[in-house]
Ligand binder design. Structure first.
Ligand SMILES: Cc1cc2nc3c(=O)[nH]c(=O)nc-3n(C[C@H](O)[C@H](O)[C@H](O)COP(=O)(O)OP(=O)(O)OC[C@H]3O[C@@H](n4cnc5c(N)ncnc54)[C@H](O)[C@@H]3O)c2cc1C
Length: 356
């Protein structure tokens, strides 16, 4: 069995992002890397969207950038212009291709299907394969998205709909997310924040058809792409060990209030490459504790007062949207945090949630 300096278990978003960063910095000129990936081939399976709060290496994989987004409830609609940090969507297919093309030129990088094919004794292992099943009683962000194409110009592609709560909530939290990539093409997602016990939330195709026909008033369209998602809104309990560092969602890189993970993954990859020789530092990396703390309180309110969520989200961005975006992207300072707290409606419910 071959020995490797590094093993990346799971060559998805975080695994490939880490391999890319290692290759870019020349770390793989002298070190051998094994990537263990179960999938047969890389095709677009996800669309990663985020506020671009700092530059990144994947501008060539971006499908679209927006400077305005909307949040809607049954009663009101709020348009938010974003000044310094536009919203972007990355095509995972282009991301995988860019990185696998780059890695294929390096003889020190090898792909395997199963971790038992490589000798693990003297390697540092970076693991992105979740080691636990999704807990059915815990809240998940679960969704289905379809990218549709229309014959005529239909969408205003200058503005995305971040959340449209004008739909059946079923005593839970449900919204639609519309990313218009062009006047004729958009990704439309039906998204739920709930545990997975109620199967009546899972008729995603019916929900999508109803929303497209009734809310968006589109009669004829072709489905070009589909994606399904299930993001647990609780932190993974996998702990780092002497020679095993968890990365990606398995490594706690998901913001549990929102599901945003992509930029945290890119940042974690840079951190790992900066600190490869300091295992203690590698093992102790996590999201700032203030975000974990705020998110836990937020999820408590979400579980106990789901009916307030449309109002809370609508008002959150009403003013100081720059601070809110920085907060949701893990880049807020103390002043931003105060502004977010001031913007949050139903503060008493949050205060009550502090009591265990
Ligand atoms: C459909 C979808 C859309 C999302 N959209 C966004 C978004 O818009 N913005 C955002 O910030 N986040 C988003 N996320 C959350 C997060 O960014 C993604 O889940 C991201 O892919 C997480 O990266 P990862 O490396 O942790 O996991 P993955 O990308 O899933 O990588 C894990 C890899 O491990 C492989 N694997 C699994 N089992 C094994 C095994 N036994 N052996 C070897 N390999 C194995 C898988 O095939 C996969 O390639 C989305 C998630 C989903 C599911």
């Amino acid at each position: 069995m071959k020995e490797f300096n590094f093993i990346i278990n799971g060559g998805g978003c975080s695994g490939l992002s880490l391999a890319y960063e290692m290759e870019k910095r020349g770390i793989l000129d002298k070190n051998k890397l094994a990537i263990i990936e179960i999938r047969k081939n890389y095709t677009r399976d996800k669309t990663w969207s985020f506020w671009k709060i700092h530059d990144h290496d994947f501008n060539d994989c971006v499908i679209k950038t927006w400077n305005t987004f909307t949040i809607k409830t049954k009663e009101r609609s709020n348009n938010i212009n974003i000044k310094g940090q536009p919203y972007q969507s990355v095509d995972s297919g282009l991301f995988y291709k860019k990185i696998t093309d780059k890695l294929s030129k390096n003889k020190n990088v090898k792909f395997f299907k199963n971790i038992d094919e490589v000798d693990k004794k003297n390697s540092i292992i970076f693991n992105s394969v979740p080691r636990e099943k999704i807990n059915k009683d815990e809240i998940c962000q679960h969704f289905k998205g379809i990218e549709i194409e229309t014959e005529r110009n239909t969408f205003d592609d200058n503005k995305l709909i971040l959340m449209d709560f004008n739909c059946d909530q079923k005593n839970s939290i449900h919204f639609f997310y519309v990313l218009p990539f062009s006047p004729k093409r958009a990704l439309i997602e039906t998204t739920w924040l709930s545990n997975l016990n109620d199967k009546s939330f899972l008729d995603y195709d019916i929900q999508l058809e109803k929303y497209i026909k009734s809310n968006l008033q589109i009669k004829n369209y072709i489905i070009k792409h589909e994606e399904l998602g299930k993001i647990p809104l609780y932190l993974s309990s996998s702990n780092n060990e002497e020679n095993l560092i968890n990365i990606g969602s398995a490594g706690g890189m998901t913001r549990i209030s929102t599901g945003y993970t992509f930029l945290n993954i890119l940042e974690h990859s840079k951190f790992i490459c900066n600190n490869l020789h300091d295992k203690k530092k590698l093992m102790s990396y996590k999201q700032k504790s203030k975000y974990i703390y705020f998110d836990k309180i937020f999820l408590k309110v979400l579980k106990n007062h789901s009916e307030l969520m449309p109002d809370i989200f609508l008002n959150l961005f009403q003013s100081n949207s720059d601070s809110v975006i920085k907060f949701l992207s893990n880049k807020s300072n103390f002043i931003d945090d105060i502004k977010v707290i001031l913007n949050t409606k139903h503060k008493m419910k949050f205060l009550n949630s502090l009591i265990p």
